[in-house]
Design a binder for this molecule. Structure first.
Ligand code: ZN
Length: 106
């Protein structure tokens, strides 16, 4: 694909969906390669190079890299428990979905 650059190779289709969602929310165009192999045969999925990858236009590559990096850092945040209602949350959430309390840790 001329003018496009591979940004990210994913381990599963869910991750591809997550990455595309992040990038498209930032106005970055995406294309996915190898997804059709995934659907075709499970054995191919395990073959070298058959994992799906997300591609972005070269002109948007650096922007896309920053978006992914920021998302990775958010995912590494520790899980927390709401001090108001006791609900447990993944690290990337900063507001309690149950009661609206903002996490004390950030
Ligand atoms: Zn809460």
């Amino acid at each position: 694909m001329k003018g496009w650059k591979r940004l990210h190779t994913a381990d599963n289709p869910t991750e591809i969906g997550f990455v595309r969602g992040l990038l498209e929310a930032e106005g970055i165009s995406t294309r996915v390669q190898s997804m059709e192999l995934w659907a075709a045969a499970v054995e191919i999925y395990f073959a070298e190079g058959a994992r799906p990858s997300v591609w972005v236009p070269e002109s948007q590559f650096h922007h896309a890299e920053r978006v992914l990096k920021a998302a990775d850092q958010a995912r590494d945040l520790p899980a927390w428990t709401c001090s108001a209602c006791g609900e447990k949350h993944e690290g990337q959430f900063t507001v309690c979905w149950r009661c609206g309390e903002v996490s004390d840790d950030r």
